[in-house]
Design a protein. Structure first.
Lengths: 543, 543
C-alpha cells in the first residue's frame, strides 16, 4: 500500500486518477442539448495557475512534535487539500480561484503524533481540518480557520493499520485506509467489509465513520454506522475510546456521538468494524416497475418481509430514461429493450436493480424469496444484463459529473429519507422545489431520483439534478437551488441528509433537524471536547 | 387500560400481582439446602409498619400546574415508589426500613404537564425521579434528592397513548405503557413490538428506552434501542425531539443520546418504534450441547451465518442442572431426560433453547437452516417440550427470586458482554470472581450463567448467583459480591452492563466503561440539559 499524496491519486479538480476520463457519446450529448439547451463547454484551469491565499506562518511548535518532513506547505501539497468534491468545491478548483486553502498539510504517522499536533494547535490557535479521502460533497473538508490564525489539513493517509479478529469477525482499521485498501487488507483473510458507497475508490475508513456513510449494499451489510463496534477519537480534551464489546447498555452511546461527528469534536484514529466472509457469488439483476410509486411499494414489501436484496436500487422514470441515454446504451439496444417491455405490456417504467451476495446456495435461496415478492407486486424481470451494467458503472457517477461540468452543465445531488407513509409526498415536494428553483435560476433542468437504502419503516431518496450552468454565477445558482430543496425537505419533515452528512452546506439546517435544544446539546459537547474550537471550523454546527 | 397505582399492580416487596406466588417443590428446597446449607426463612414486614422518612413539604408551585389530585403524599402512595426491584431494594422493603422515599408521587396526564412539573421543580430545587414500571434492578429509580430540598417520583402511568402508522409499520407509544398494554394496543392492529424482557409484565415503554432494554427475542426483533426510530424527551432546558425518519446522517445521534439516559437528562414522553405483523406461529425447541464452550461455538456459528433463531438462549451446565431442579421437573422426568441423553451418548450438558416466530412457512424455512447448523456443530435435539417449558416460565425469574429470599437466600443477577474471542475468558473470570466473593462472604454459592443475546461479533453473559444470605448484613454481602464481579468485568474488558443499565449500582464503574473524557462529555451534556441537576440524582454518572 502506497502513501501517495492526494495529487497523485485523484484529479485535483475532479474525480478519478489523473488521465482517467469517462467519455460521453454523441447521442448523450444530443439528448442533453435537446433537454437542457446548448451549453458552453469549460475546462479546468492549469494547476500551477490556481490562485489561493499564501500560506500563513505556522507556530514552530507544530513541526517540533512530528518532524518537519511531515508538514508540507508547497502549492502542490496545499491545493489538493483545499476542498472536497462537492459541486462548489469543483467550481472553485476548475476556475482556479480559491478563497481558502490549508496553510499546511500535516501528515502524522501515529495516533500519538495526532495527539501532539492537536495539543500544539490548541495551544497556539491553529484550526485542524481532518482530511481522509477528501471526498466530502457537503463542504466537510473546506479549509476554514474560523477565528484562528491559521488552518492545517490533517492528512490521515499514514494511519492505515488493519488487525483482524478472525473469531469475532471484526477488524480494527486505521482511519486513513481508502475503500480499496481496506478491502485488499481484509481479502487477505478472505473477509470483506462490504461497504461500497459511490465514493469507494477514494473515501477512507475514518471518513466513513465521521460522516455515517452508507454503501450501495447497505441492506445486506449494514450502513457503516451499523458496522462499527468501537471507535477511538483523539479530542483536544483527550482520548475518547469506546469498549470493543458487541453491545452495552451503559448510558447514552458515546460511539454514536463520535460517529457522525465530522471532525468537529476530534480526530478518529481507530475504527473497529464487523466484517464478513467474502461472498463467493454476487448476482445483480434488473427488474422494471411501471411507476416510481409502484416500485417503492415493491421495495416496501421486500423490506417489511425481511426479504430485501443486499443491493436494492429503484430509479424513477426520469433517472431510468436519462441513465440509459447517458450510459451509451445504443439506440438499437434501447429499441430492443422497448420491444422486450412491450412483450410484457410495459412501456418505459422504473429500473429496479437488485443484487444478492453470499455463497451460491444462500444467493439462490434469498433470490427465490425476493423474486416471488417482486413478481407478486407487479415488477417485471429484465434479467442479468442491466444488473451487470449497473455493477460495471457503480462508481462512475462522479466521473460523469466531471464530463457534465466540462460540457457546461450544473450538476448536483442531494439525499434525504422519510417513512413510507410520507415517502411519495417528500419525493414530489423535492422534485417540484428543484424544478422550480432551476427554472428560477434561468435554466430549466432535469430532476432524477432513486431509492437506494430501504428499511422496514421507510427509505432514502437520492436526487440528481442537471441544468445549464450560469456562467460567472455558478455558486449563486448552486446555492439558490440547494436552499430551495433543503427548505422543502425540512418543511416536509424529511432529514436534511441520509448519508452525505452535514458539512458546511447543511449546517444552516441543523436547527431544523435537531431543534434548538438539540443544537445546544451538541454545542455543549463541542465546548467540552474542543474548548478552543480548533476542530473543523464551520462544519456541522451553524455559525 | 386501567390507571392502577403501583401498589395494586405489583407486590411492594417483590414481584407479581399481590397474592400470586411461585411455590418451589420440596425437591427444589432439598437441593438448595444440600448445595448451600440450611438457610433461615424470612418474611416481608407488614406494609403499614414499614418505616420511611416523613414526606418533606413540597413547594406549592408544584401542585398548581397539574392539580393537587395528581400529587400523592400518603404512605400507601409513596412506599411502592421508594425503590425498584433490585436485590438491595427488596431487602430494604422486606425489612421495612427505608432510608429514602419520594416526598410525593406526581402523576402528570400529558407531556405539557410533565413540562410544567419539570419547570416548577427546577425553579424550586426539587429532584425528579422518573418512574415507569419501577422494575429497575440497578437502583435506577431509587428516590434520592441529591442536594435538593425534596424528591418526587414522576409516575408516568397516565401517558399511555398508541398511534399506529400501518404503512410504515411504526407506532408512537406513550412512556407509561407497560409491556402487556403496549402489546394489547398493537394487537388490535395485528401488530407486535416483539419486546419481551423478563420484566415484560411490569416494565414500561419509557423504561425500555431509558435503559436500553433487550428482550428475549432480541435476535429476531432487535433490542429495544434498535426498534426506536424517534424519541421525544422533555428536559429542564426544554424539549428534545428527533425526526421520525428511518435514518439520518446529520451528525452525532441525539436519539442514541436520549436512549439509555436513565432519566438523568430529562423525561421521555414519546417513543416511536418499528413494529411487525404479529406472528401466526411461535415455535420453541430445546437442544443440548456437551459444554458451555461448545454451545457458545454453536451460537457463534448461527450468528455468523445470519441464522440465529429469534430466541437463542444457552445455559451453562450449572444453570441447566439447577433450573431443572428448581423448575419442579420431577425426578421421574429428569431420569427420562437422562435416558434420552444417554441414548444420544450425552450426560448432563448445556440446555439451548431456540425459537422462531413468524408465519408457518417462514418458521419452517428458518428452522431448517438453523437446525442444520445446530446439528453440524454437535448440538443434540431434545424436541419441543423443553421449549414449551421455557416459554411457560419465561417471565418467572423474579417470582423465583422472591421465593428464594423467603427461604433466606441471597440471590442476584448481573450481565455483561464481550467479543467471541474473549467470551470464555470473561465467563471464567466472572464465575471465579463470584465464587470467590460469595465464599469470602461466608457462604459458598451457586453461580449459573446463560447466553441470551448473540451477535455476529460476540454475545451477552447473564449470571445468576445464590448463596445463604448473611442475616443482618445483607446489603454489605451484596455490595462485596457485586463489586468483585464488576471489578473483574472491567479488568477483562467486558461491559459493565449489557441490558440492565447503569442506575446507582453501576455508576461507580462508568469511568472504567467510558473513560475520563467520556465521562466529562456525558457530564457536559447533563449540565446543558439539566443545569440545576434535578434529574434522577445519583444515577448513571458517578458522584
Amino acid at each position: 500500500m502506497s502513501e501517495a499524496a492526494p495529487s497523485e491519486l485523484i484529479k485535483w479538480w475532479g474525480w478519478g486518477a489523473p488521465g482517467k476520463r469517462l467519455k460521453l457519446g454523441p447521442e448523450a450529448g444530443a439528448m442533453l442539448s435537446e433537454r437542457l439547451g446548448e451549453a458552453e463547454p469549460t475546462q479546468p484551469a492549469a494547476f500551477e495557475e490556481v490562485s489561493m491565499p499564501a500560506a500563513r506562518p505556522l507556530p514552530e511548535l507544530l513541526a517540533r512534535g512530528i518532524g518537519s518532513a511531515n508538514v508540507a506547505t508547497s502549492h502542490e501539497d496545499r491545493l489538493p487539500c483545499a476542498g472536497g468534491k462537492g459541486y462548489p468545491d469543483l467550481v472553485r478548483m476548475r476556475q482556479g480561484r480559491l478563497d481558502a486553502a490549508p496553510d499546511a498539510v500535516v501528515t502524522p504517522g501515529s495516533a500519538d503524533e495526532v495527539n501532539r499536533i492537536l495539543q500544539a494547535c490548541a495551544a497556539t490557535g491553529v484550526a485542524v481540518v481532518p482530511f481522509g479521502g477528501g471526498t466530502s460533497v457537503v463542504g466537510g473538508v473546506d479549509p476554514y480557520a474560523g477565528s484562528h490564525r491559521a488552518a492545517i489539513a490533517l492528512d490521515l493517509r499514514r494511519l492505515r493499520h488493519c488487525e483482524v479478529d478472525p473469531i469475532s469477525l471484526t477488524a480494527r482499521l486505521g482511519p486513513g485506509l481508502r475503500g480499496p485498501e481496506a478491502e485488499a487488507a481484509l481479502a487477505e483473510h478472505d473477509l470483506t467489509l462490504g461497504h461500497f458507497p459511490q465514493s469507494f475508490e477514494y473515501a477512507t475508513v475514518g471518513g466513513f465513520a465521521a460522516t455515517r456513510s452508507a454503501g450501495q449494499a447497505s441492506a445486506g451489510y449494514g450502513r457503516f454506522d451499523e458496522l462499527v463496534t468501537a471507535v477511538e477519537m483523539l479530542t483536544p480534551a483527550g482520548p475518547l475510546a469506546t469498549l470493543a464489546t458487541p453491545h452495552t447498555a451503559a448510558g447514552p452511546s458515546l460511539r454514536e456521538l463520535i460517529i457522525g461527528s465530522e471532525g468537529v469534536l476530534g480526530v478518529i484514529t481507530d475504527v473497529t468494524v464487523r466484517v464478513r466472509r467474502a461472498p463467493s457469488q454476487r448476482r445483480y439483476e434488473g427488474w422494471i416497475s411501471s411507476e416510481f410509486e409502484a416500485g417503492a411499494e415493491t421495495v416496501r414489501a421486500l423490506a417489511q418481509a425481511d426479504a430485501l436484496p443486499d443491493v436494492t436500487r429503484l430509479s424513477d422514470d426520469e433517472e431510468t430514461r436519462v441513465s440509459l441515454a447517458l450510459s451509451g446504451v445504443s439506440g438499437a439496444k434501447q429499441a430492443l429493450l422497448g420491444s422486450y417491455l412491450k412483450l410484457r405490456r410495459r412501456s418505459g417504467g422504473c429500473m429496479l436493480i437488485v443484487g444478492w451476495e453470499g455463497d451460491a446456495e444462500e444467493v439462490e435461496r434469498r433470490r427465490g424469496i425476493s423474486s416471488r415478492i417482486l413478481r407478486s407486486t407487479g415488477a417485471v424481470k429484465l434479467g442479468g444484463a442491466p444488473g451487470r451494467a449497473w455493477n460495471r458503472g457503480r462508481f462512475e457517477g462522479p466521473y460523469l459529473r466531471d464530463e457534465l461540468m466540462n460540457m457546461g452543465y450544473f450538476v448536483e445531488t442531494l439525499e434525504t429519507s422519510h417513512t413510507w407513509s410520507r415517502y411519495q409526498e417528500l419525493y414530489g415536494a423535492v422534485r417540484r422545489a428543484l424544478d422550480g428553483a432551476m427554472t428560477a435560476q434561468g435554466a430549466p433542468g432535469i430532476v432524477m431520483c432513486h431509492l437506494s437504502h430501504a428499511y422496514r419503516d421507510g427509505a432514502s431518496l437520492y436526487f440528481t439534478f442537471i441544468s445549464r450552468s450560469r456562467r460567472g454565477a455558478e455558486i449563486e445558482q448552486w446555492r439558490a437551488i440547494k436552499r430551495a430543496a433543503c427548505e422543502m425537505i425540512v418543511a416536509t419533515g424529511g432529514t436534511i441528509t441520509h448519508h452525505h452528512a452535514v458539512g458546511r452546506d447543511h449546517a444552516p439546517f441543523m436547527r431544523d433537524e435537531v431543534g434548538a435544544v438539540g443544537l445546544e446539546a451538541l454545542r455543549a459537547l463541542k465546548d467540552q471536547l474542543d474548548p478552543t474550537a480548533i476542530m473543523n471550523p464551520g462544519k456541522l454546527l451553524p455559525g
